[in-house]
Design a binder for this molecule. Sequence first.
Ligand SMILES: Cc1cc2nc3c(=O)[nH]c(=O)nc-3n(C[C@H](O)[C@H](O)[C@H](O)COP(=O)(O)OP(=O)(O)OC[C@H]3O[C@@H](n4cnc5c(N)ncnc54)[C@H](O)[C@@H]3O)c2cc1C
Length: 489
Amino acid sequence: MIGIIGSGIAGLSAALRLRSLGYEVTVFEAHTGPGGKLDEISQDGYRFDLGPSLFTMPQYIDELFELFDENPRDHFNYLKKETLCNYFWTDGTRFQTPADKEEFITSFSTSFKENPAKVRQFLEDNSLKYELTAPLFLGRSLHRLKTYLNRITVKAIAKIYRLDLFKSLYSTLQSYFENPKSLQFFSRHATYNGSSPYQTPGIMSLIPHLEMHFGTYYPEGGMRSITESLYQLAIRHDVQFHFDEKVTRIDLHKGKVIGLSTAKGSYPFDIVVSNMDVVPTYRKLLTSIKAPEKTLAQERSSSALIFYWGIRKTFKELDLHNIFFSDSYQEEFNCIFEKKTLSEDPTVYVNISSKHTPSDAPEGGENWFVMINAPGNYGQNWEELIDLSRERILNKLSLLLGVNIKELIETEFVWDPRGIEAKTDSFLGALYGAASNDRMAAFLRHPNRAPQISNLYFCGGSVHPGGGIPLCVQSGKIVSELINEDYPK
Ligand SMILES: Cc1cc2nc3c(=O)[nH]c(=O)nc-3n(C[C@H](O)[C@H](O)[C@H](O)COP(=O)(O)OP(=O)(O)OC[C@H]3O[C@@H](n4cnc5c(N)ncnc54)[C@H](O)[C@@H]3O)c2cc1C
């Protein structure tokens, strides 16, 4: 019997994979429903996805249905986006990113006066980085010898010089592009795992490959339908859920896990998987053992400040994903990672799911998810920072869209790093666990099995392979394969 702590996307993925292998699985969730960060809120006739808004690699979700011989299309649907994102700069430049590769190369090189051959070379180099590393990092534990004893690893090591591990993403981009706007455009992808383009290694240029090669998608009914459809799948296949039941201790005996305790009682388990952030798992549930301090001390990824605004107007120039760039990008990351404050000129991301799901907003309105990257919660004066940022964001959006946005706000909800930390117990409110501001970050993440306890496993954004929906789903896969190897059914 396996107990899972947390029903975030990684916990759901692990539960489904383990169930499909024949294990009895029980999930304990502190909240009243599943999903963790992948949740939703509704207010005054508007519905908002609470956390993630960008959906890539939908095949990982489909695979979970296929494990049970179910057709994913009977339960979960999505559309492929033809435009990836609309970009706005304060000098009036606008760029709509075509999903089609050839169209992108033409449009990008024309708009930003870049050499089309260089743009193509960049995309091809990103593709190579992905092909060399994805089979190694995304689907396997990095802490099993056999991961390294194969052809894939040998090939990756032979071509290590192509991975740009020893320079930053920003310097890597400088070898392809000249226009500061092109550099900013591709630097932004570092934020997809909560890192700084000026620190994260150049290998991260494989992130645009995920968008541009595999595409970006919109799940019918919004991001929350990912959670809902996987939860229903789990229910159909007899995964047990205990909601509103926070785990307070992982019970140990002679160095092995024997079960879990909550305020309602103790439950025996042969194996436990923690989908909870690894830092609070050690600090709160495993207080009697020595924690891996070096791993837990790794720098955390960025957090976020989000305004959920019900807007009483529709905007033709906006799409599902929209970016309003900062004029001082480097300073923005300096604020987040060094000064631990909010930038005076932040890049603003506006996501509008009502573009595809009209019922998410009343007729004639739009549901705006307005997010800026933020430092973790280090006890800053958040009330003051939020008030200042709200005005700055409103001024920026009003200027660039030529309308007074403040006057259009019908309803508002605010989520900040404190709230993110409180809702999901994510250490410091980090969106993606540890940051990747270090070339060794991929190897330094906490492993998927506890080093000192043989029947305790970890999945989710704070452990290998990392944060974001696709990687979290893959962590559930890795954990299920490790358990199946260690304790075959
Ligand atoms: C604002 C925001 C925007 C984001 N944007 C994107 C995006 O566009 N695309 C993308 O791919 N990713 C995005 N992410 C990141 C993505 O949401 C996460 O990486 C992913 O959802 C994390 O899933 P998880 O399973 O690791 O953990 P979580 O979602 O954090 O789930 C952990 C679960 O464990 C539960 N739990 C914690 N402690 C206990 C306990 N003691 N007992 C029982 N249960 C417990 C929590 O309640 C929670 O339900 C975003 C995140 C945020 C917050």
